[in-house]
Design a protein around this ligand. Sequence first.
Ligand SMILES: C[S@@+](CC[C@H](N)C(=O)[O-])C[C@H]1O[C@@H](n2cnc3c(N)ncnc32)[C@H](O)[C@@H]1O
Length: 243
Amino acid sequence: MPVPLAEFRHADWLDAAPHLPPRSIDLLYADPPFNTGSRRRGRAGSFDDAFGSNAAFILWLRARLAATIPALKPTANILLHVDWRTSHHVRLLLDELLGEDRFVNHLVWAYGLGGSSPRRFARKHDDILFYCLDPARHFFHPPRVPATSNRMRGRTKKATDVLAIPSINNMAAERVGYPTQKPLALLELLVSACCPPGGTVLDPCCGSGTTLVAAARLDRNAVGFDRSAAAVRLARRRLASGR
Ligand SMILES: C[S@@+](CC[C@H](N)C(=O)[O-])C[C@H]1O[C@@H](n2cnc3c(N)ncnc32)[C@H](O)[C@@H]1O
């Protein structure tokens, strides 16, 4: 098997997308800012996460998705990683850009860690909206996860649309200090399910490079953009070390 290729651009997603070869991407996974209204900071980097309103965030995202769609293969998948702040708007945006019948799953990443509030149920999940370009042809390899029932103990079962994967704890070896870094276990599950072996994954907001490391470990090619120079440097380092 050829060594997978990984390519990074220190660029705005909107500027870099038109340079992608047409029909070259098997999986678009985007983990954009969530519009939390503040700057996200970590010891290895920071990024702006304030768009002023959900309408402004959706305008920002619409332009970037529209610029990327021509680069997707007809068999491609799209995973948009968002949370309660914008997921309802992003789902309507994807319906509009791709078609309601291109919706595949609303995945829930249940991550466990985090605070609680006396005023509501604790918010402990992100939303990953899964769409495809062609429901009759899109790639999907059902992932398997450890079974939890007593009857199935020690065996695996097909994953459901609720992915219970812990977020990265403070002591984890994979933690690099980039804010909102996602766990490799989550990206490995998504890439193996939604991108064929030898295919190409695009992460246009790659941050510390988690998606690109997952793709390389699974023998997929990867393309990453980020407008933060620190993020792109970190992603390159992680890819070189394989973790
Ligand atoms: C939620 S973080 C991604 C975290 C990443 N998934 C990880 O595991 O490290 C969002 C990233 O989007 C980047 N970003 C924000 N606006 C961007 C834009 N217009 N073009 C490219 N990247 C952008 C930020 O610099 C930040 O690194």
